[in-house]
Design a protein around this ligand. Structure first.
Ligand code: FAD
Ligand code: SF4
Length: 444
């Protein structure tokens, strides 16, 4: 049987446990088919959870996969990376007994069946409308938009700066949570509907936005966010200091990351930080420690990610801010200062505790303090933004008529991180809005 879940060696296999057939039967038959389906409401893509589970229970795996993929073109990756305890499973009525139905695992069971049955065709392109839509970025948001636009009958061209599609699903999320094979399969499923792809093309650099607007009837911007911002401290350009996204990508693709040494320091406390921590540990670093300038309660990583990192043997140090990276030809350590959060602070803003500086030895430092905004790209595209976030209305239309946006590029800064399932839903919404726009005759 073809496996889609092998992590790239030496990072190890998937951390998700595959349900046995017996477990699937038991789990699927627990579903109460609730009248108001809180799980469906809690899923950002509104998958009809009771329906797909009911179809699994009766052995109709094709029907089950169709229900999932119809609502969520990223159903394969979401079954692996959704924070289910905060979404569908968190809303399950069994949650009060602490044993919600394992919706994510059942979804994976169904989509795994689909992945093994490549000849099964779930969707067809719609009757051609003669309209052409350009999508800037072929990550989860762009692919979801492309899938639905094809079903509406519009011709679609995806422009992506990379040589492979599926954005952070391919290059960002660690392989033991989402393998390259799954990310690639998911992109192929969309391309099967007949999508033109121009890979290795950076819109705003290699091709101007005005050229796209002139050539296409509508445009969807789905270019995500940028790399990790600079720490803004002395020494951060020393060899041995990594950008977390670059580090994870190299590890995921099995490219050389060199010797990390035995003491790896990771700065940041979001999901990217946890992925970097667990990657470093699995690459053999003996001691891997996360440093965060706020407290445990302000961590933005999901609870299950944090628990997983603890099980992997990661150490955590809270209320520590980096002051400078030490070393002459290679990193040798980091100087930190302890921080505190004033009790009356509304938005927890840490302040340094004078005289509390300390030196932490390090053989490698990984900066994982979030992702920057692609402000230069948005400027080049001529669309308005607020603090680096593309400005959109309820229909996800940008300030430029005929230009829509979806995914991380419209994600507001908050305590939680952006999610694949939200990007998928926004891609669908953008596709519906583009369809309405094109059918309304608003464009010429
Ligand atoms: C390390 C890490 C771990 C994560 N873990 C999870 C998780 O566990 N669960 C979860 O739900 N979410 C997770 N996320 C978040 C999730 O990956 C994103 O929310 C999601 O990928 C956003 O999709 P997107 O399509 O908006 O952007 P992206 O996935 O970033 O895709 C954007 C695409 O646009 C392309 N592009 C950029 N600029 C241009 C340009 N100028 N021209 C053409 N193409 C361009 C890029 O090459 C890319 O392919 C994680 C993110 C990271 C970084
Ligand atoms: S897509 Fe995610 S949130 Fe929605 S039902 Fe599936 S696992 Fe749950």
């Amino acid at each position: 049987m073809q496996s889609y879940d092998s992590g790239a060696a030496p990072l190890g296999d998937s951390i998700q446990k595959t349900l046995t057939d017996l477990e699937v039967t038991i789990e699927a038959n627990r579903c109460l088919n609730c009248y108001d389906a809180p799980c469906m409401r809690a899923c950002p893509t509104h998958i009809d959870v009771a329906s797909f589970i009911g179809k699994i229970a009766t052995g109709n795996l094709k029907g089950s996969a169709r229900v999932i993929m119809d609502a969520n073109p990223m159903g394969a990756s979401c079954a692996r990376v959704c924070p289910t305890e905060e979404l569908c499973e968190g809303a399950c009525v069994y949650k009060k007994d602490d044993s919600p139905i394992r919706i994510g695992d059942l979804q994976r069971y169904s989509i795994d069946w689909l992945m093994r049955n490549d000849d099964v065709k779930l969707f067809e392109p719609g009757t051609s409308t003669g309209k052409r839509v350009a999508i800037v970025g072929g990550g989860p948001a762009g692919l979801s938009a492309a899938r639905d636009l094809r079903r509406f009958g519009h011709a679609v061209t995806i422009f992506d700066a990379r040589d492979e599609l599926n954005g952070l699903n391919t290059f960002g999320i660690v392989p033991f949570r989402l393998s390259l094979d799954v990310a690639r399969w998911e992109a192929r499923e969309v391309l099967k509907l007949g999508v033109d792809v121009r890979a290795g093309v950076r819109v705003g650099v290699d091709v101007a936005m005005d050229a796209l607007v002139a050539e296409f009837d509508a445009v969807v911007i789905a270019c995500g966010m940028g790399g990790v911002p600079k720490l803004g401290i002395p020494g951060e350009d020393l060899p041995g200091v990594w950008d977390a996204l670059d580090f994870i990508e190299r590890a995921k693709l099995g490219r050389e990351v060199g010797d990390l040494g035995d003491r790896v320091v990771v700065i940041g406390a979001g999901n990217t930080a946890v992925d970097a921590l667990t990657c470093a540990k699995r690459l053999g670093a003996e001691r891997v420690t996360m440093f965060y300038r706020r407290g445990e309660e302000q961590m933005t990583a999901y609870e299950f990610e944090y628990e997983f990192a603890k099980q992997e043997g990661i150490e955590f140090r809270f209320y520590c801010a980096p002051l400078r990276v030490l070393g002459s030809t290679h990193v040798t350590g980091v100087e930190f200062v302890r921080t505190t959060i004033p009790p009356d602070s509304i938005k927890p803003a840490p302040v340094h505790v004078p005289g509390s500086e300390f030196l932490e030895p390090a053989t490698a430092v990984i900066s994982a303090i979030g992702q920057s905004r692609l402000t230069q790209t948005f400027d080049a595209l001529g669309i308005a933004m607020d603090d680096g976030v593309v400005r959109v209305n309820d229909e996800l239309q940008t300030s430029r008529p005929g230009v829509f946006a979806a995914g991380d590029c419209i994600f507001e800064k908050g305590m939680r991180e952006a999610m694949v399932v939200e990007a998928a839903e926004q891609g669908k919404t953008a596709a519906s809005s583009v369809d309405a726009y094109l059918r309304s005759g608003a464009h010429v």
